[in-house]
Design a protein around this ligand. Structure first.
Ligand code: ATP
Length: 238
């Protein structure tokens, strides 16, 4: 097994506020790695720093063998890292079809974009039905799927998802996770921020628990699910 993304003692934050304090993580190729923790623990800050939306202050990020701290988000995208941000952020006036096309704007992703869009419609039948609708008229769950499909149009090796299930109805959450399972089968490595620790541990291979910008706990997800410490502190099981 090889590591696709790794950080060493990563520090970042906003202005005078240091949020991430020496965070060291490793995402194995082909696996699902979950990031859990309470509000304000630093999960979004970690995702934004990995994607290059926030600068590394100290420490470093290695992606597929490259040190990427000096690279901007498009350059990291070219190396295969794509972030589906929290809140989805699709352009409301663009149609589904246009949004997918925009997802393939990066030079490395342009060739074959039409065929890839068709693959997206197979993976997300709801988007096929709505291909000519404006994104702003889609439901929350459909917008999340569109944001995910847009990211997949960039041919990522590593897809980071920041709370993709936030605000979605349970049936939509199940549908989304089923699709993530299929994406994983295609060999894409997944990093998943998820509020619900039970869900996160059930769906991932490995997990990190963040507390106050630090890794409080980490390990194979199945092991964490069985751990009395996790059950008592995070799952409310005594
Ligand atoms: P949530 O589940 O609420 O999204 P999180 O674990 O993703 O939580 P972050 O959003 O990374 O947490 O926030 C970590 C800390 O950074 C919090 O204390 C937050 O108030 C602070 N923070 C987040 N964004 C900014 C910003 N733009 N400017 C200043 N501080 C920020």
């Amino acid at each position: 097994m090889s590591v696709l993304l790794e950080t060493r003692d990563l520090c970042s934050g906003y202005g005078d506020v240091q949020v991430l304090k020496q965070v060291s993580i490793a995402l194995e190729q082909g696996q699902v790695t979950a990031f859990v923790g309470s509000n304000g623990a630093g999960k979004t800050t970690l995702m934004r720093t990995l994607a290059g939306l926030l600068p590394t202050r100290r420490g470093g990020i290695m992606l597929a063998g490259h040190t990427v701290d000096a690279l901007d988000p498009p350059q990291r995208l070219a190396l295969g890292l794509s972030l589906v941000p929290e809140g989805r952020l699709v352009f409301p006036d663009f149609t589904v079809a246009d949004t997918l096309r925009i997802g393939a704007y990066a030079p490395h992703a342009r060739a074959g974009w039409r065929a890839r869009a068709e693959q997206m419609y197979e993976l997300f039948p709801r988007l096929k039905e709505r291909r000519n609708n404006q994104a702003g008229f889609l439901s929350g769950g459909e917008q999340q799927m569109l944001a995910l499909a847009r990211s997949l149009m960039s041919c990522p090796k590593l897809l980071l998802l920041d709370e993709p299930t936030l605000g979605l109805a349970p049936a939509m959450v199940d549908e989304l996770f089923a699709i993530l399972g299929r994406i994983r089968e295609t060999g894409v490595t997944l990093g998943l921020v998820e509020q619900n620790i039970q869900t996160a541990l059930s769906l991932s291979d490995y997990a990190y628990v963040l507390e106050d910008g630090q890794i409080a706990l980490s390990g194979p997800s199945a092991q964490l699910l069985d751990s009395p410490e996790v059950q008592a502190s995070y799952l409310g099981i005594r």
